[in-house]
Design a protein around this ligand. Structure first.
Ligand SMILES: Cc1ncc(COP(=O)(O)O)c(C=O)c1O
Length: 412
């Protein structure tokens, strides 16, 4: 029998058939092929990547310890790196974490996949914030859960809805991004964190606390992690992607020893271990250079870009467009007038060489069409203002088009 494209399709699993390509990846691919100004991706600014320092670290590791660094290793990860991560939490969150409770993963995206494998059978219920990270919706959806959603306000997730859902259902976990959330840029306040921890403590479920942006802070104090408030029922995910460079593909999971053991077996079956060489190079970098100074440089540049985006939106966008000012992270979340369709704006702005992500892609169900996510970390300052002025004109034109210019009512 010869296999054609259509017969191959019938061989694919149900899981593969239902996974959708990420809308963001698709438009980024389109942007990569041309000279677009992109507010679309969640990309760090590449000039901040410490390439010279990492080159020196790679040289040191390969020259001094190459035979070992290039060998297979254990699944849990490079122990000095795990210890470094545990000690940093102790300093910052005042909570002791045994390095054995740290599992190194290939980015936090792999952690999401391993957690899905650990907890989800088809039809299981989980809770997500509304809206939430597209990569998590995409990842969880492979395992066919029923996704319940809680609204996200400026203070944090809606506590009443969370309480109701955790009481009534058999919820496997509540997935949350408490710091400068992707896509909304919102940060949960201290009282919201305490309330979330108290609600989950009364139920038999877990919090999956995804924290890639917590260290990219512009204003305000560091707040306690949900993990520090409820360690037994929280699985905390971290990553070096936004702190140092996503190409390293190094993240981690913090959880109870029992959960780490289970996740380790699943990771073993998946990829044996994350790159041993990269873990050693990263550890060398972390112990030879000043991470805090580097993070300050990252936060300073992003905070400057946030301000430029803010000023441009104030100057060029109509008042119907509203947003909260993010105090860290990489995103503004915009809400347009009620009838506005952000996807239509994208169609028009692409013709002007500008892209962003319409908000509808970030909802697990019942998408909201008058929202959009704008990234400010990856666009050079001079291009930002000009492009936002162009977008402001497009929005105003679309708004005028939404309303009939001549009011005429047929007589009864
Ligand atoms: C909320 C959130 N979680 C996880 C990830 C994946 O990050 P990593 O590069 O560590 O896999 C991202 C990436 O943008 C993200 O925004």
């Amino acid at each position: 029998m010869t296999t054609t494209a259509s017969t191959i399709n019938t061989l694919f699993s149900d899981r593969a058939q239902q996974v959708q390509s990420s809308f963001i990846r698709d438009i980024l691919k389109a942007a990569g092929q041309s000279n677009m100004v992109s507010f679309a991706g969640g990309l760090p600014e590449p000039s901040l990547f410490p390439a010279q320092h990492l080159a020196k670290s790679a040289y040191r590791v390969l020259m001094n310890n190459g035979q070992q660094a290039l060998q297979y290793t254990n699944t849990e990860g490079y122990m000095p790196l795990r210890r470094f991560i545990a000690e940093r939490y102790l300093r910052q969150q005042k909570i002791p974490i045994d390095p054995e409770q740290v599992l190194i993963t290939s980015g936090s995206q792999q952690a999401l996949d391993l957690i899905s494998k650990l907890f989800l059978d088809p039809g299981d219920e989980i809770i997500m914030e509304r809206p939430s990270y597209l990569g998590a919706i995409q990842c969880f959806s492979q395992y066919s859960p029923v996704i319940k959603e809680v609204d996200l306000s400026e203070q944090g997730p809606n506590a009443e809805q969370l309480q109701e859902l955790t009481q009534e259902g058999n919820i496997k976990f509540f997935y949350t991004i408490p710091n400068y959330q992707n896509p909304t840029g919102k940060r949960h306040g201290l009282s919201s964190r305490k309330e979330t921890a108290a609600i989950i403590a009364q139920s038999e479920t877990f919090i999956i606390e995804d924290d890639p942006y917590g260290e990219i802070r512009f204003d305000g104090e560091q707040l306690p992690t949900l993990h520090s408030l409820l360690p037994e029922q929280t699985i905390l995910l971290g990553t070096f992607s936004k702190m140092i460079a996503p190409g390293l593909r190094i993240g981690w999971v913090i959880a109870t020893p029992e959960i780490i053991r289970k996740l380790t077996v699943l990771k073993q079956a998946s990829d044996l271990h994350s790159s041993h060489l990269d873990q050693q190079v990263l550890y060398d970098y972390l112990t030879h250079y000043d991470l805090e100074e580097h993070l300050q440089r990252v936060s300073n540049l992003y905070s400057k870009r946030r301000d430029i985006m803010l000023e441009a939106m104030k100057a060029y966008f109509p008042e119907s467009v509203t947003y909260q000012i993010p105090e860290g992270g990489m995103f503004f979340w915009l809400e347009f007038g009620k009838q506005f369709n952000a996807m239509k704006l994208l169609e028009k702005s692409m013709k002007e060489g500008i892209i962003f992500v319409p908000g509808e892609t970030f909802y697990a169900s019942n998408p909201v069409f008058n929202t959009a996510r704008f990234n400010f970390s990856n666009t050079e300052e001079d291009k930002m203002t000009q492009s936002l002025a162009t977008l402001g004109d497009l929005i105003k034109k679309m708004e005028r088009g939404d309303k009939p210019t001549i009011k005429w009512w047929p007589l009864p």
